[in-house]
Write a protein that binds this ligand. Structure first.
Ligand SMILES: [Zn+2]
Length: 631
């Protein structure tokens, strides 16, 4: 007994120093080496060179799944422990989150394939006319609560026609109707869906005109019944203080005229079926501890982030100071770009861009500034979760999300309460990558992202600047691409921004980026400019690797600093290639980005360098050669 105890304590004693010896930089460099595919030349397909061996040894689709899984493991451990049970700061919130998790993982009844679960039938009976308060969107119209284009702290309701992607839900509705409903209803629903799609096809425009209207103006322009807004907002109160931003007006007019005369039974059947499909789409495909955590990250972001931040996240202080340092370096370099003024901006336009640059803020974790425990403890107070019924909880969570989105709108003056602001939109999958919001001029870095191998505060700056630096560079450049430039430092649309966008040098820069095919132009611009900015921030402006000899790092003896920079940058994109959604495919993104960084070919001694690269804000090569060479 004594012996095995002794053995045990020896192991513990040995274990700690071994852990400490594994240097984070060695680990990062090893990870990079493991992903290499040396059968490809970095000059012809850099993504394949840097990431080509990713899938074989890895259990994850990409590095995002890897950090998301780490996040989920830690949260599962919390949920299944007794931690926070006697909490004095936010016991109610923690209790609610645990109940939701418990029902998600333990209630084995599944919604999928069960079109009339009792909870939903009860819900329909209890709230026959309140479908919209459950966040039912894309049915007849698309509605969201956002801020006004010309006033970034005023809440407005935006109305437009549904997005084409909502047709997947309609297809599922028709499938369900054929399976379960009576012929007469089915005919009516099919007719209704076809009519809506016809109207959408007829009136869909690339850039529809947006009208700003008061409630009474809206009612004069579009025959939307008053009851619709009572449903939408879940309250019957004066709506005259609300502002609406309405697009696709012709569609909305015809749509509501048609609905007014359409039989109510098939219409209500359709709405119910769409609500069922919404629930089906919201339920995790397989319910297990990890998938439940991912589901909760998307649907209950405040609760999940609060728990992670308080009980699991260790390095807020260190991470924050590193991230802020990187951001300030990026800002300083962008400031130098503006000194060179490649886009020939007028003094007034330059001042506009500089103010915006100065004003860019960063937020670690999607959490409000508010620190008081009561705020967090009561935030989900109106939701009634149970520990045994997942479906009832899901209905509750959807309604809660809509209620919280509408809360600011219904407050007097409809002003954004900046202290309580966080992103709570209708996502089904939570964000892991940093994102920029024009209206807040803020980059949010989710805490999920700040985990190795994507980031670690102890890493050498070359790893931090090449990966997180390039990602922050990408997000920063959203402030200065063709859409972001329209918003000023305070997040309001400005005529100065429009002037810049219309100027010839700006348009030429965009034309250059359009030469290679893309999925989204603004993402392409953010990619190209982001990498250039991060590279300049680390190596200095007009760096030329042909003029230097590099001493190897202790943790990396094969690749020179500039080569390692590119390889580390590529790790963000390593993985098996997923289908294209809002960005280009990952291999395309890496290859196009390095292809437009004029130093890349020098850094890898490529024989041919690209004849022309697209640079927008970065000073041109000639501009640099005219100035003194940096030390
Ligand atoms: Zn982007």
């Amino acid at each position: 007994m004594g012996c095995s105890l002794l053995l045990c304590s020896c192991l513990v004693a040995l274990f700690i120093p071994i852990q400490a010896i594994v240097d984070i930089n060695v680990a990062t460099a090893n990870d990079i080496h493991n992903n290499l595919n040396r059968t490809t030349s970095p000059c012809t397909n850099f993504w394949n060179f840097a990431c080509g061996s990713f899938s074989s040894p890895s259990e994850y689709v990409d590095n995002f799944e890897r950090v998301e899984d780490q996040f989920a493991s830690a949260m599962v451990e919390f949920m299944e422990s007794h931690l926070g049970e006697n909490d004095t700061l936010a016991p109610r919130l923690i209790g609610q989150m645990r109940q939701y998790y418990k029902a998600c993982t333990e209630d084995t009844r599944k919604l999928h394939g069960n079109p009339r679960p009792q909870e939903l039938v009860n819900h329909w009976t209890l709230h026959p006319k309140k479908f919209l308060v459950d966040g039912l969107n894309g049915v007849f119209i698309d509605e969201r609560v956002d801020v006004a284009a010309n006033d970034s702290i005023r809440w407005v309701i935006q109305l437009r026609m549904p997005d084409p992607s909502d047709r997947y839900s309609d297809r599922r509705v028709l499938q369900l109707m054929r399976l379960y409903e009576e012929a007469w209803y089915t005919r009516g629903v099919v007719e209704l869906v076809e009519k809506m799609h016809q109207l959408q096809d007829k009136y869909r425009e690339e850039n529809p005109v947006v009208y700003t209207w008061s409630y009474s103006e809206l009612r004069q322009q579009v025959p939307i019944p008053h009851s619709f807004f009572i449903e939408l907002l879940g309250v019957n109160q004066e709506l005259d203080h609300l502002t609406f931003e309405v697009s696709d007006v012709e569609y909305l007019r015809e749509c509501f005229r048609f609905l007014r005369d359409f039989a109510s039974e098939p219409r209500d059947t359709y709405i119910r079926a769409r609500q069922y499909v919404l629930l089906e789409e919201s339920e995790p495909r397989e319910r297990n501890p990890r998938s439940c955590i991912h589901h909760m990250r998307a649907y209950l972001p405040l609760g999940m982030n609060y728990i992670y931040d308080r009980f699991i996240y260790q390095n807020r202080k260190e991470d924050t100071s590193r991230v802020l340092e990187i951001l300030s370096t990026l800002k300083a370099v962008f400031g130098k770009y503006l000194d060179a003024n490649r886009l020939q901006l007028t003094p007034n336009q330059l001042a506009y861009v500089r103010a915006k640059l100065e004003g860019i803020k960063i937020k670690i974790g999607n959490l409000p500034e508010e620190k008081s425990p009561e705020f967090y403890n009561n935030h989900y107070g109106s939701a009634n979760f149970s520990a045994t019924n997942f479906l009832a909880n899901l209905l509750e969570a959807l309604a809660l999300r809509t209620r919280l989105q509408n809360a600011g709108l219904l407050a007097r003056n409809s002003r954004v309460d900046l202290r309580h602001y966080y992103v709570n939109d209708n996502v089904r999958k939570a964000r892991t990558s940093p994102f920029y919001e024009n209206e807040r001029n803020t980059i949010t870095v989710p805490m999920e992202f700040l985990q190795w191998p994507l980031f670690d505060h102890r890493e050498h700056t070359i790893f931090q600047h090449s990966l997180l630096g390039a990602v922050l560079g990408h997000e920063m450049n959203h402030a200065f691409e063709q859409e972001g430039i329209l918003f000023d430092a305070a997040g309001n649309e400005s005529p100065v921004g429009l002037e810049i966008r219309e100027s010839q040098p700006f348009r030429d820069a965009i034309k250059c980026a359009e030469k290679q095919p893309f999925v989204s132009l603004k993402e392409r611009l953010a990619d190209l400019n982001g990498l250039q900015l991060a590279y300049d921030a680390f190596f200095g402006l007009a760096h030329d690797s042909r003029q230097f000899e590099y001493r190897p790092y202790a943790f990396e003896r094969e690749f020179t600093a500039p080569q390692l920079f590119h390889l580390s940058y590529a790790q963000f994109f390593c993985g098996s290639l997923p289908p294209v959604i809002a960005h280009d495919r990952d291999d395309e993104r890496v290859n196009v980005s390095v292809g437009n960084l004029r130093q890349f070919a020098y850094d890898f001694n490529c024989e041919t360098s690209p004849s022309s690269v697209c640079e927008m804000w970065r000073p041109g090569e000639e501009a640099n050669s005219n100035r003194n060479v940096h030390p």
